[in-house]
Design a protein around this ligand. Structure first.
Ligand SMILES: [Zn+2]
Length: 135
């Protein structure tokens, strides 16, 4: 690939990364986050004759699942906390998404910088040849 093209790609990626970083700083760094995932569940109580035995399950119920060490934990969320838990978990998910985007873009930039390095690296025997006098 031509170096001018690579430069252009790096600039575009840097801009994209900058936007993600600014979104993290300006928006999400000001918000509280709830770690994990909020999951919605419907359940059968198991009592004979209950509507749930006919497939009309109870719920919804909301749980927070998250990793603690190697274990996955699941905690019941009280109804009065549903809205807030969902909102704060959404902040967390958006934060992590932006973070992942920044990481991915950074890796792409490094690959492109390595391209330039490879293209511009000469051996000691090449340094007095014409065309290799860019400093
Ligand atoms: Zn039931």
């Amino acid at each position: 690939m031509e170096i001018s093209k690579i430069r252009k790609m790096i600039k575009d990626l840097s801009l994209e990364r900058f936007k993600a970083e600014m979104e993290m700083l300006r928006t999400y760094s000001r918000k509280k986050m709830l770690y994990g995932s909020v999951v919605k569940k419907y359940k059968a109580c198991g009592k004979g004759g209950c509507k749930c035995t006919k497939g009309l399950l109870h719920g919804p119920f909301y749980y927070l699942t998250f990793k603690e060490g190697k274990k996955t934990r699941m905690i019941f969320i009280k109804k009065n906390l549903w809205d807030k838990a969902i909102k704060l978990n959404d902040n967390y998910r958006k934060w992590r998404k932006l973070r992942a985007d920044i990481s991915k873009i950074s890796k792409e930039i490094l690959i492109l910088l390595d391209e330039i390095e490879k293209e511009n690296t000469v051996g000691i025997d090449d340094i007095d040849k014409k065309g290799n006098d860019r400093e």
